[in-house]
Design a protein. Structure first.
Length: 401
């Protein structure tokens, strides 16, 4: 779904017209997830700086009657939670402020209206407005957005079966993959939002929604992935000569297209059901030799408490349930309707492979939480782009059907 959701606003007594304007601009190509190109001043820390999706003017340059600038910069990792009747900051030391309403003139162009929309939305979540017009606009945009996700999934999926999004095979190298990832919860983020406290949401959104390039450690893993896949194929075919590994892009399920996964491979065989393959090549194990697991752990300066694998009483290895890899693989299997997957930990000196079984009970509970957080936290941030503007992310309640 490559669309551009241009935000606009109108007078507070004319929500219908505002929504027509918002709806009419859901078209074409969605804005790219490239903040340095979109906002040349992205890193500029200036009081009152409020770029907006179509920024051309600083708020102080407006010729409109009265305008408001954003409040003081938020504390680190603060989240604003809108609770229907009141707005509550994650920290208790907040001070309510009153803002003058902006009287929009009909002749204002879309660019100014977009900027003023952002500014006024920022204001309405820091003052006592129980029934904000702008909140209604954000909720309506969210509904349009979610409806479009479900419609879009029909193009990729056949019936109720999951489908692969075209032109995403190169994953991080693909513009389409990055664009599609920015509108869905990727499986790799599952632990962030299921286990992390609310005060960490800002960091998670900043890293996964607004970070343009992977870090150095991630780049090492990406570069080694093809070599690891070759080693896996040799190992798998030694166990079962009919094994093939399909390299894939991004997958979605038509029942919940808010979530996505990008497995490193789908393992198929004439003798067993398909499996998911997840390859991990963390840089900190690049010198590891897995011939002796205990010695390997000690040589890395680790112990069993802070390593993702554990050795069972029967000598086999298993993935810990509190590992982010376990969360990622469970969500991926839930999207693909798989019952089993393989995790490969790879280094140039050797590799480990362990089997991970699907936990359907965990999935049913976690799926609901992820879908709700996508609607309450991810979608508002995607539209309002508060974190790049040094503002707290908003969490707007969503009633699940």
């Amino acid at each position: 779904m490559r669309r551009s959701f241009y935000l606009a606003s109108a007078s507070t007594n004319n929500l219908t017209e505002a929504m027509k304007l918002c709806s009419s601009t859901v078209q074409g190509v969605r804005h790219p997830n490239h903040l340095t190109n979109l906002y040349p001043n992205y890193k500029k820390e200036e009081k009152g700086y409020c770029p907006g999706i179509l920024r051309t003017l600083h708020p102080s340059e407006y010729n409109s009657t009265k305008h408001v600038q954003t409040s003081q910069p938020p504390g680190e990792n603060e989240v604003i939670v809108f609770d229907h009747q009141k707005q509550v900051h994650a920290k208790e030391d907040t001070q309510e402020e009153k803002y003058d309403e902006i009287n929009f003139r009909e002749e204002q162009d879309l660019l100014k209206m977009t900027e003023l929309f952002h500014t006024e939305v920022d204001a309405c979540f820091t003052c006592t407005r129980e029934d904000s017009t702008y909140l209604q606009i954000v909720k309506k945009l969210r509904n349009i957005f979610l409806d479009a996700l479900f419609e879009d999934a029909k193009r990729y999926c056949v019936g109720d079966s999951p489908g692969e999004i075209p032109e995403t095979l190169d994953q991080r190298k693909s513009e389409i993959w990055r664009a599609e990832r920015s509108i869905r919860f990727p499986a790799s983020m599952a632990k962030y939002f299921i286990k992390l406290p609310q005060v960490c949401y800002a960091d998670a959104l900043r890293e996964h929604l607004w970070t343009l390039l992977p870090g150095i450690a991630s780049m090492y893993g990406i570069e080694m992935e093809d070599k690891a896949r070759v080693d896996y194929i040799k190992w798998a075919q030694a166990q079962d000569e009919t094994t093939t590994v399909q390299q894939t892009g991004m997958w979605v399920n038509p029942a919940f297209p808010q979530l996505s996964c990008s497995p490193d491979g789908i393992v198929r065989s004439q003798k067993s059901p398909p499996k998911l393959l997840e390859i991990k090549c963390p840089e900190f194990i690049k010198n590891a030799n897995f011939a002796d697991f205990e010695s390997c752990i000690r040589s890395l300066g680790l112990d069993y408490t802070n390593f993702c694998l554990q050795k069972n009483s029967d000598g086999t290895l298993s993935l810990k349930r509190n590992s982010s890899f376990w969360f990622q693989m469970q969500v991926s299997m839930g999207i693909l309707n798989f019952e089993e997957s393989h995790l490969m930990l790879w280094s140039p000196n050797g590799f480990l492979i362990c089997t991970v079984k699907f936990d359907s009970d965990w999935w049913e509970l976690s799926k609901k939480r992820l879908i709700q957080l996508h609607a309450e936290l991810w979608v508002p941030e995607y539209f309002l782009m508060r974190i790049p503007r040094y503002l707290r992310p908003l969490r707007i309640p969503f009633e699940m059907e």
